[in-house]
Ligand binder design. Structure first.
Ligand SMILES: [Zn+2]
Length: 191
């Protein structure tokens, strides 16, 4: 999947959790940072690729990417597995704990935003032809549907004409169905 689709998928997952879970009372700053963390989380599994979208968006990112990618193995290795998910869950938690003093936001919410984005990335990549090594280091790539020819090509017509518009429509549906929830959320800040 392309970075654009991963961004939208991460946001869609966050949006879905937002409307289906009880409303949390956070500061507006926390909400903004959480959305940012969510989008970063959605691109993080691809940091094993020196050309990853995440690197292009960071200053000196491509240099860091080139250094990190051989460490993480070739593309779609540990960062696309359960083991990698646990690793990034701990690392991100550790980083957030340390920036807590300079960034006054609710780090639990930010961390959840990040992890929702991260997990959405793995779910999306499951639908691609390459699949993902979910049970790394066991060298088996898992994909859905199991029949290879039914899966999507990254950046292909299926992704552009079905997945991306499908996610847009789904977000529209969520907003339409739960608009009161967004209003309730906004009301906490407009007083
Ligand atoms: Zn990926």
């Amino acid at each position: 999947m392309t970075g654009r689709t991963h961004d939208l998928a991460a946001f869609t997952a966050l949006n879905y959790i937002f409307v289906t879970q009880p409303l949390i009372h956070t500061s507006l700053a926390t909400a903004f940072v959480a959305v940012g963390a969510n989008l970063i989380g959605g691109l993080t599994p691809d940091i094993d690729q020196p050309t990853a979208d995440l690197w292009n968006r960071l200053p000196a990112g491509s240099i860091i990417g080139r250094i990190l990618s051989p460490i993480l193995g070739s593309h779609r290795m540990i960062s696309h597995s359960i083991l990698g998910t646990l690793f990034f869950a701990f690392v991100s938690r550790f980083i957030l704990e340390h920036v807590k003093s300079i960034l006054i936001v609710d780090m639990n919410v930010v961390w959840f935003g990040f992890m929702i984005g991260f997990l959405s990335h793995l779910v999306m990549d499951l639908f691609t032809k390459e699949g993902i090594p979910l049970f790394f280091p066991i060298p088996i790539k898992i994909g859905f549907p199991p029949l290879h020819f039914l899966r999507l090509q990254t950046g292909g017509i299926g992704e552009k004409s079905i997945i991306f518009p499908g996610l847009m429509v789904f977000n529209g549906y969520l907003i339409y169905q739960h608009y009161h929830k967004y209003l309730e959320f906004l009301k906490m800040y407009i007083k």
